[in-house]
Design a protein around this ligand. Structure first.
Ligand code: ZZB
Length: 265
Protein backbone atom coordinates (compact mmCIF):
# COMPACT_ATOMS: atom_id res chain seq x y z
CA UNK A 1 0.00 0.00 0.00
CA UNK A 2 1.58 3.29 -1.14
CA UNK A 3 0.64 6.15 1.18
CA UNK A 4 1.39 9.84 1.24
CA UNK A 5 3.03 10.57 4.60
CA UNK A 6 2.26 14.13 5.65
CA UNK A 7 4.54 16.21 7.89
CA UNK A 8 2.25 17.83 10.46
CA UNK A 9 4.32 20.17 12.60
CA UNK A 10 3.94 20.69 16.34
CA UNK A 11 3.33 24.34 17.22
CA UNK A 12 2.51 23.91 20.92
CA UNK A 13 2.71 20.81 23.10
CA UNK A 14 -0.04 19.78 25.47
CA UNK A 15 1.06 20.07 29.10
CA UNK A 16 1.49 16.30 29.51
CA UNK A 17 3.51 16.05 26.29
CA UNK A 18 5.73 18.97 27.29
CA UNK A 19 6.45 17.35 30.67
CA UNK A 20 7.11 13.97 29.07
CA UNK A 21 9.53 15.39 26.45
CA UNK A 22 11.41 17.69 28.82
CA UNK A 23 15.15 17.10 28.46
CA UNK A 24 14.62 14.46 25.73
CA UNK A 25 14.66 16.74 22.68
CA UNK A 26 16.13 20.20 22.03
CA UNK A 27 13.81 23.15 22.73
CA UNK A 28 14.27 24.42 19.17
CA UNK A 29 13.73 21.05 17.44
CA UNK A 30 11.00 20.53 14.83
CA UNK A 31 8.70 17.66 15.70
CA UNK A 32 6.20 16.21 13.22
CA UNK A 33 3.26 13.84 13.62
CA UNK A 34 3.17 11.85 10.38
CA UNK A 35 -0.27 10.61 9.26
CA UNK A 36 -0.39 8.23 6.29
CA UNK A 37 -3.15 9.05 3.82
CA UNK A 38 -4.59 7.63 0.59
CA UNK A 39 -6.44 10.90 -0.09
CA UNK A 40 -3.82 13.67 -0.46
CA UNK A 41 -6.36 15.74 -2.45
CA UNK A 42 -8.51 16.12 0.68
CA UNK A 43 -5.77 17.68 2.86
CA UNK A 44 -7.39 21.14 2.58
CA UNK A 45 -10.15 19.86 4.85
CA UNK A 46 -8.06 18.60 7.78
CA UNK A 47 -9.59 19.52 11.16
CA UNK A 48 -7.58 17.38 13.61
CA UNK A 49 -4.97 14.63 13.83
CA UNK A 50 -6.02 11.40 15.52
CA UNK A 51 -3.95 9.08 17.68
CA UNK A 52 -5.10 5.87 19.33
CA UNK A 53 -5.17 6.93 23.01
CA UNK A 54 -3.85 3.52 24.15
CA UNK A 55 -1.48 2.90 21.25
CA UNK A 56 2.24 3.44 22.00
CA UNK A 57 3.95 6.07 19.84
CA UNK A 58 7.68 6.60 19.55
CA UNK A 59 9.59 9.81 18.97
CA UNK A 60 12.29 9.13 16.35
CA UNK A 61 15.16 11.35 15.32
CA UNK A 62 15.10 11.83 11.54
CA UNK A 63 18.04 14.24 11.26
CA UNK A 64 19.57 17.06 13.32
CA UNK A 65 16.78 18.80 15.24
CA UNK A 66 14.02 16.91 13.41
CA UNK A 67 11.81 14.22 14.93
CA UNK A 68 8.81 12.12 13.80
CA UNK A 69 6.13 10.70 16.07
CA UNK A 70 4.83 7.35 14.71
CA UNK A 71 4.41 3.73 15.87
CA UNK A 72 7.52 1.60 16.20
CA UNK A 73 6.21 -0.60 13.41
CA UNK A 74 6.04 2.43 11.08
CA UNK A 75 9.51 3.63 12.15
CA UNK A 76 10.86 0.20 11.30
CA UNK A 77 9.31 0.41 7.81
CA UNK A 78 10.61 3.97 7.39
CA UNK A 79 14.13 2.89 8.29
CA UNK A 80 14.10 0.35 5.46
CA UNK A 81 12.81 2.99 3.04
CA UNK A 82 15.76 5.29 3.79
CA UNK A 83 13.60 7.94 5.47
CA UNK A 84 15.86 8.41 8.51
CA UNK A 85 19.23 9.95 7.86
CA UNK A 86 20.38 9.21 11.38
CA UNK A 87 20.55 5.67 12.73
CA UNK A 88 21.42 2.54 10.79
CA UNK A 89 20.31 2.56 7.17
CA UNK A 90 19.25 -1.08 7.31
CA UNK A 91 18.66 -1.78 10.98
CA UNK A 92 19.08 -5.39 11.99
CA UNK A 93 16.77 -5.06 14.94
CA UNK A 94 14.28 -2.57 16.31
CA UNK A 95 16.76 -1.31 18.95
CA UNK A 96 18.85 0.18 16.14
CA UNK A 97 16.10 2.65 15.27
CA UNK A 98 16.91 6.32 16.12
CA UNK A 99 14.53 6.07 19.09
CA UNK A 100 14.24 8.87 21.65
CA UNK A 101 11.15 8.21 23.79
CA UNK A 102 7.73 6.60 23.75
CA UNK A 103 4.32 7.28 25.26
CA UNK A 104 0.65 6.38 24.72
CA UNK A 105 -1.31 8.58 22.32
CA UNK A 106 -3.27 10.06 25.23
CA UNK A 107 -0.10 11.92 26.36
CA UNK A 108 -0.17 14.02 23.18
CA UNK A 109 -3.90 14.87 23.11
CA UNK A 110 -4.40 18.64 23.09
CA UNK A 111 -1.13 19.37 21.29
CA UNK A 112 -1.51 22.02 18.56
CA UNK A 113 -0.16 21.24 15.12
CA UNK A 114 0.06 22.90 11.74
CA UNK A 115 -1.05 20.60 8.89
CA UNK A 116 0.07 21.29 5.31
CA UNK A 117 -2.75 22.67 3.08
CA UNK A 118 -5.37 22.73 5.85
CA UNK A 119 -7.57 25.82 5.80
CA UNK A 120 -7.28 25.82 9.59
CA UNK A 121 -4.03 27.41 10.72
CA UNK A 122 -3.63 25.06 13.65
CA UNK A 123 -5.56 21.94 14.59
CA UNK A 124 -5.43 19.65 17.64
CA UNK A 125 -4.23 16.14 18.33
CA UNK A 126 -7.37 14.23 19.38
CA UNK A 127 -8.12 10.64 20.44
CA UNK A 128 -9.71 8.10 18.06
CA UNK A 129 -10.45 4.69 19.51
CA UNK A 130 -10.67 2.92 16.16
CA UNK A 131 -7.11 3.72 15.01
CA UNK A 132 -5.31 0.54 13.99
CA UNK A 133 -1.82 0.14 15.45
CA UNK A 134 -0.83 -2.08 12.53
CA UNK A 135 -1.75 0.13 9.59
CA UNK A 136 0.14 3.05 8.06
CA UNK A 137 1.90 5.08 10.75
CA UNK A 138 -0.81 4.77 13.45
CA UNK A 139 -1.33 8.52 13.00
CA UNK A 140 -4.51 9.51 11.12
CA UNK A 141 -5.38 12.92 9.77
CA UNK A 142 -9.04 13.85 10.19
CA UNK A 143 -10.99 15.00 7.13
CA UNK A 144 -14.63 14.97 8.25
CA UNK A 145 -15.90 16.34 4.91
CA UNK A 146 -14.79 13.22 3.02
CA UNK A 147 -14.08 10.47 5.52
CA UNK A 148 -17.15 8.97 7.24
CA UNK A 149 -14.98 7.52 10.04
CA UNK A 150 -13.56 10.95 10.75
CA UNK A 151 -16.95 12.64 10.70
CA UNK A 152 -18.42 10.04 13.07
CA UNK A 153 -15.46 10.42 15.43
CA UNK A 154 -15.47 14.25 15.42
CA UNK A 155 -19.22 14.25 16.16
CA UNK A 156 -18.75 11.83 19.05
CA UNK A 157 -15.79 13.81 20.45
CA UNK A 158 -17.81 17.05 20.45
CA UNK A 159 -20.78 15.31 22.06
CA UNK A 160 -18.74 13.69 24.84
CA UNK A 161 -15.89 16.18 25.20
CA UNK A 162 -15.71 15.83 29.00
CA UNK A 163 -15.58 12.05 28.80
CA UNK A 164 -12.69 12.27 26.33
CA UNK A 165 -10.92 14.94 28.40
CA UNK A 166 -10.85 17.48 25.57
CA UNK A 167 -12.30 20.93 24.97
CA UNK A 168 -15.48 20.75 22.91
CA UNK A 169 -14.30 23.47 20.53
CA UNK A 170 -11.28 21.36 19.51
CA UNK A 171 -13.73 18.98 17.80
CA UNK A 172 -15.93 21.69 16.33
CA UNK A 173 -13.76 23.36 13.69
CA UNK A 174 -15.66 24.31 10.57
CA UNK A 175 -16.06 21.49 8.07
CA UNK A 176 -15.13 22.92 4.70
CA UNK A 177 -16.39 21.41 1.41
CA UNK A 178 -13.38 20.08 -0.51
CA UNK A 179 -14.85 17.86 -3.24
CA UNK A 180 -18.14 18.11 -5.09
CA UNK A 181 -19.88 14.88 -6.08
CA UNK A 182 -23.09 14.27 -8.05
CA UNK A 183 -24.59 11.79 -5.57
CA UNK A 184 -23.61 13.18 -2.14
CA UNK A 185 -23.06 16.86 -2.78
CA UNK A 186 -20.05 18.72 -1.43
CA UNK A 187 -19.97 17.12 2.02
CA UNK A 188 -19.82 13.44 1.10
CA UNK A 189 -19.02 12.04 4.55
CA UNK A 190 -21.65 13.93 6.61
CA UNK A 191 -24.24 13.12 3.92
CA UNK A 192 -23.42 9.40 3.98
CA UNK A 193 -23.28 9.22 7.78
CA UNK A 194 -26.78 10.73 7.99
CA UNK A 195 -28.14 8.69 5.07
CA UNK A 196 -26.95 5.37 6.55
CA UNK A 197 -28.09 6.48 10.04
CA UNK A 198 -24.65 5.99 11.54
CA UNK A 199 -24.46 7.35 15.07
CA UNK A 200 -21.29 5.92 16.55
CA UNK A 201 -17.63 5.76 15.45
CA UNK A 202 -17.87 1.98 15.98
CA UNK A 203 -20.92 1.46 13.75
CA UNK A 204 -20.36 -1.47 11.33
CA UNK A 205 -22.04 0.53 8.54
CA UNK A 206 -18.98 2.79 8.43
CA UNK A 207 -17.21 0.25 6.23
CA UNK A 208 -19.93 0.59 3.61
CA UNK A 209 -19.95 4.38 3.94
CA UNK A 210 -16.19 4.43 3.42
CA UNK A 211 -16.39 2.32 0.25
CA UNK A 212 -19.13 4.53 -1.17
CA UNK A 213 -17.20 7.71 -0.29
CA UNK A 214 -13.98 6.38 -1.82
CA UNK A 215 -15.50 5.46 -5.17
CA UNK A 216 -17.81 8.46 -5.51
CA UNK A 217 -14.99 10.85 -4.59
CA UNK A 218 -12.44 9.26 -6.88
CA UNK A 219 -14.54 8.55 -9.99
CA UNK A 220 -16.99 11.44 -9.87
CA UNK A 221 -15.47 14.10 -7.63
CA UNK A 222 -14.36 17.60 -8.61
CA UNK A 223 -12.03 19.80 -6.57
CA UNK A 224 -13.69 22.83 -4.94
CA UNK A 225 -10.54 24.38 -3.41
CA UNK A 226 -6.81 24.71 -3.80
CA UNK A 227 -4.33 24.85 -6.63
CA UNK A 228 -6.31 22.35 -8.76
CA UNK A 229 -9.79 23.77 -8.13
CA UNK A 230 -12.20 22.78 -10.91
CA UNK A 231 -10.23 19.67 -11.91
CA UNK A 232 -11.48 16.13 -11.43
CA UNK A 233 -10.19 14.25 -8.40
CA UNK A 234 -8.72 11.65 -10.78
CA UNK A 235 -6.50 14.38 -12.25
CA UNK A 236 -5.83 16.35 -9.09
CA UNK A 237 -4.96 13.49 -6.72
CA UNK A 238 -1.43 12.88 -7.95
CA UNK A 239 -0.80 16.57 -8.63
CA UNK A 240 -1.56 17.49 -5.01
CA UNK A 241 0.62 14.65 -3.84
CA UNK A 242 3.57 15.65 -6.04
CA UNK A 243 3.20 19.28 -5.04
CA UNK A 244 3.32 18.35 -1.33
CA UNK A 245 6.34 16.11 -1.87
CA UNK A 246 8.17 18.74 -3.93
CA UNK A 247 7.70 21.34 -1.20
CA UNK A 248 9.08 18.94 1.40
CA UNK A 249 5.75 18.78 3.24
CA UNK A 250 5.17 15.07 2.56
CA UNK A 251 6.96 11.92 1.39
CA UNK A 252 6.06 8.57 -0.13
CA UNK A 253 5.64 5.81 2.41
CA UNK A 254 4.90 2.17 1.61
CA UNK A 255 3.26 -0.15 4.10
CA UNK A 256 4.45 -3.58 2.98
CA UNK A 257 2.06 -5.53 5.18
CA UNK A 258 -0.96 -3.42 4.32
CA UNK A 259 -3.76 -4.77 2.17
CA UNK A 260 -2.78 -5.24 -1.46
CA UNK A 261 -6.20 -4.33 -2.85
CA UNK A 262 -5.99 -1.17 -4.87
CA UNK A 263 -8.16 1.61 -3.61
CA UNK A 264 -8.00 4.09 -6.41
CA UNK A 265 -5.02 5.52 -4.63
C1 ZZB B 1 -7.20 11.18 5.00
C2 ZZB B 1 -8.47 10.77 4.41
C3 ZZB B 1 -9.45 11.56 3.84
C4 ZZB B 1 -8.63 9.38 4.40
C5 ZZB B 1 -10.57 10.95 3.33
C6 ZZB B 1 -9.74 8.74 3.91
C7 ZZB B 1 -10.74 9.53 3.37
P1 ZZB B 1 -7.86 2.02 4.06
O1 ZZB B 1 -8.73 2.55 3.01
O2 ZZB B 1 -8.59 1.16 5.03
O3 ZZB B 1 -6.57 1.40 3.58
N1 ZZB B 1 -6.00 5.52 8.13
C8 ZZB B 1 -4.67 5.50 7.87
N2 ZZB B 1 -4.02 4.82 8.82
C9 ZZB B 1 -4.95 4.39 9.69
C10 ZZB B 1 -4.89 3.64 10.90
N3 ZZB B 1 -3.73 3.21 11.40
N4 ZZB B 1 -6.05 3.37 11.55
C11 ZZB B 1 -7.24 3.82 11.06
N5 ZZB B 1 -7.35 4.55 9.94
C12 ZZB B 1 -6.22 4.83 9.27
O4 ZZB B 1 -7.41 3.26 4.95
C13 ZZB B 1 -6.71 4.36 4.47
C14 ZZB B 1 -7.30 5.56 5.13
O5 ZZB B 1 -7.62 5.23 6.48
C15 ZZB B 1 -6.34 6.70 5.17
O6 ZZB B 1 -6.71 7.75 4.25
C16 ZZB B 1 -6.58 7.29 6.54
O7 ZZB B 1 -7.61 8.25 6.32
C17 ZZB B 1 -7.08 6.17 7.36
F1 ZZB B 1 -11.52 11.69 2.79
O8 ZZB B 1 -6.49 9.96 5.15
B1 ZZB B 1 -7.38 8.77 5.03
C18 ZZB B 1 -13.56 7.42 2.22
C19 ZZB B 1 -12.22 7.64 2.90
N6 ZZB B 1 -11.90 9.04 2.83
Amino acid sequence: QEYTALKVKVTEWSQSAAEFLKGKIEDDANVFFVPATLRPETMYGQTAVFLGPKITYGVYKVREKEYYVVTKRAAWNMAFQGIFSSGEEFPKSQDQLPFVAEAPGSTFVGTSVSAPLSVHETIKILPMETVSATKGTGVVTSVPSDSPDDYATMTDLAKKADYYGIKKEWAELEILPVIDTPTYGNLTAPTLVKKLKINSPKDAKLAEAKDLAYSEGFYKGTMLVGEFKGETVQNAKDKVRQSLIKSGLAFAFADPSGKVVSRSG
